[in-house]
Design a protein around this ligand. Structure first.
Ligand code: NAD
Ligand code: IPM
Ligand code: MN
Length: 354
């Protein structure tokens, strides 16, 4: 029986995980799958209350006692240092070695894109999730003085680069995608860029049927707006992957729509929408739950329930193509009403099967 830790976190994270839970419960019942859902109280409230972000024992338990984690978002204006988000979210990515951050951004209906001439799009981002500028290596001296020095190191290891590039090509190969593009800044970053380019070329040569090319991140930001249909699978470092995934999410329907999976194949997986805790709309019932619900689809796929994943995705698509959406997509439904509509679509699909 798959055991799933639910970490709503902060702000709209709490609202969207509540909705994702309803979808898990519905699908579990419809498919006859026994999921055990375990509620975890990690986030700003706990940090402010107890002074604890997350303990080593909790990391151990998340890793060893659970088959997956579903997280809402972490980030709260009452914690300006963002310490709890770094400890919990970046902590899990590193301690559970969830090196593969898969961020699919799919546009099925052109009217949901802010682009003038949008066509259906499928941008699948493979973001390296444990290295780059995210390791916390660095330091500062003479802080707060005119002579302050601050260093934030950019770490790239052969192992780290190789495993994410390999995952991108293997995905392209197995899912019939014809192109993989490396996103980097090798024109400036001689050492880190050089390593990525060499590893990318090596692994590309093992996949002669897949077109492989590279794009500087600034030009990629431009081209994703100009002609995104040129791209399919993108592979990038931690920071560049973070940035281009927000851009890709926005041009394919909005930040509220994109899911992500943080995976160490064969070990563990953490699913979270790409968006954050959105303090500007938290508590108002305006949050789009589709990113979180699509996380449930990715999770079903991860557990081998591929058809259930496809049904959830189809139900989400049916709801927004019928205009049954939250205000970010121009609709007038609340977070909960949107989920109810999606579950209704799911119910119809399952009863048509019966
Ligand atoms: P954000 O994604 O929270 O919000 C950006 C904008 O998008 C806001 O206008 C917000 O209202 C809107 N938005 C986001 N999700 C939406 C949804 N589901 N439905 C409708 N509108 C939505 O990014 P931010 O404002 O830069 O960050 C807020 C906090 O969240 C920060 O503390 C940040 O560090 C954190 N954050 C956490 C995660 C995570 O936990 N995975 C991801 C990104 C940001
Ligand atoms: C994301 C977020 C996180 C990141 C922050 C909240 C640490 O932006 O998951 O995309 O930068 O990875
Ligand atoms: Mn981000």
């Amino acid at each position: 029986m798959p055991r799933i830790a639910l970490i709503p976190g902060d702000g709209i994270g709490v609202e969207v995980v509540r909705e994702a839970r309803r979808v898990i419960e519905f699908v579990a019942e419809a498919e006859g799958i026994d999921f055990e859902l375990v509620d975890w109280d990690l986030g700003a409230d706990r940090f402010l209350r107890d002074g604890i972000t997350v303990t080593d024992e909790e990391f151990r338990s998340l890793d060893e006692d659970h088959d997956a984690v579903l997280l809402g978002a972490l980030g709260d204006p009452r914690v300006p240092s963002n310490q709890h988000a770094k400890d919990i979210l970046l902590g899990m990515r590193v301690k559970l070695d969830l090196y593969l951050n898969f961020r699919p951004c799919v546009l099925l209906s052109p009217e949901f894109s802010p682009l003038k001439s949008a066509q259906p799009l499928r941008l699948e981002i493979f973001r390296e999730n444990t290295e780059g500028e995210y390791t916390g290596m660095g330091g500062a001296i003479r802080e707060g003085t005119p002579a302050e020095v601050a260093i934030e190191e950019n770490i790239a290891t052969r192992l780290g680069v190789e495993r994410i590039v390999r995952a991108a090509f293997e995905f392209a190969e197995s899912r019939g995608r014809s192109r993989v593009t490396l996103v980097d800044k090798a024109n400036v970053m001689r050492y880190v860029g050089g390593l990525w380019r060499r590893v990318f070329a090596e692994i590309a040569s093992e996949h002669p049927d897949i077109e492989a090319d590279a794009m500087y991140v600034d030009a990629m930001a431009m081209d994703l707006v100009r002609r995104p249909e040129r791209y399919q699978v993108l592979v990038a470092s931690n920071l560049f992957g973070d940035i281009i995934s927000d851009l890709a999410a926005e041009i394919t329907g909005g930040i509220g729509m994109a899911p992500s999976a943080n995976i160490h194949p064969g070990r563990n997986a953490l699913f979270e929408p790409v968006h954050g805790s959105a303090p500007d709309i938290a508590g108002q019932g305006k949050a789009n739950p589709v990113g979180a619900i699509r996380c449930v689809a990715l999770m079903m796929d991860h557990f081998g329930f591929q058809e259930a994943g496809e049904r959830i995705e189809a139900a989400a698509v049916a709801s927004f193509t019928a205009g049954q959406t939250t205000p970010d997509l121009g609709g007038s439904l609340t977070t909960t009403e949107t989920t109810t509509v999606i579950i209704d679509h799911l119910r119809s699909a399952y009863s048509a099967r019966a």
